[in-house]
Design a protein around this ligand. Sequence first.
Ligand code: ATP
Ligand code: MG
Length: 355
Amino acid sequence: MQQLQRLLTGDRPTGRLHLGHYVGSIANRLKLQSEYDCHFLIADLHMLTTRPDKADIEAISENARQMVLDYLACGIDPARSVIFLQSAVHETYELNLFFEMLVTVPRLQRLPSLKDMKDSANLAEMPFGLLGYPVLQSADILLPRAHIVPVGKDNEAHVELTREIARRFNNLYGEVFPVPEVLVGDVPTLVGTDGNAKMSKSLNNTILLSDDETTVRKQVMSMYTDPNRVRADIPGTVEGNPVFIYHDVFNPDRQQVAELKQRYRQGAVGDVEVKEKLAAAVNAFLDPIREQRARYEARRGFVDEVIYDGTLRMRERARETLLEARKAMGLTGVWNRISRKAEVARKQREKSSVR
Ligand code: ATP
Ligand code: MG
């Protein structure tokens, strides 16, 4: 049987997932999950780069559970995919350190995404760890030796860096890593309900995949539209208008959308009608996800099992990659002997404790 190519992507466990996550990355995961050997990462170490407080760390377990429930609700198949907790795979830290030697500080400083993250986290100065965010991400991607990385637009430049690191490693030490391809979603960046360029939890402009019907309706009814259109009989602008962007993405009734746009341009439809129809479309889109979520929620302990099982499977894969990487680098000598001795000692301890 031909071996499948591998896919890796992930999300920070900062809370439940929203429509932006769906169109930016989840949709492609669903499309590819039968063609690729998939790895989905709960990026708790990445969360630490901007939120290292104890309270945030304490929230990881519950956030991770909710996030994995969102995965399952969308249709990610846990039997087929490896869903794992980043901080519990210690090879991540090791590979991260090796990669840190292969990238320069100015190269990282040139990435606009890091400055955006620093600003939206209200940090006065750039933490060392945040500067290394895309290096850690490269370790995540290359640990399962992934060939493809489905992410939103804001992560595209990070995958480009991963490609550089993979090439540099291979040139210096020998072919260990594939040079992964980035796959940006059909909607590279989904606007927020407030008209901000990116739907993001920290900006409080989201519609969550797990929001109930009433909440969705409320969010949609208060959405930002054409600010110049103070009355329904004034011709409005459709292009770049968040309400119509969402209609294009989530309303499968193309004819209805075309007709609404035409009337909007002519000043022949009120915002309320346009938004009512959008709320109905978004709710219809979310309905099956809500149903599936409820089914998984009812299975006590299931999500924890998925994370434990995935993390164990990931550990095996990570161990293999690290061994290859160390071998290629020529860092195996003492390390191998120590590992063997430690293994023998562990088995002896086990034996004597059984007796
Ligand atoms: P939030 O700010 O809401 O926590 P985030 O950017 O921190 O979102 P991450 O966990 O860093 O979310 O990213 C998870 C994935 O979702 C990434 O691939 C990211 O590019 C994608 N993504 C997040 N928000 C959007 C959006 N508004 N549009 C498209 N893709 C998005
Ligand atoms: Mg997030």
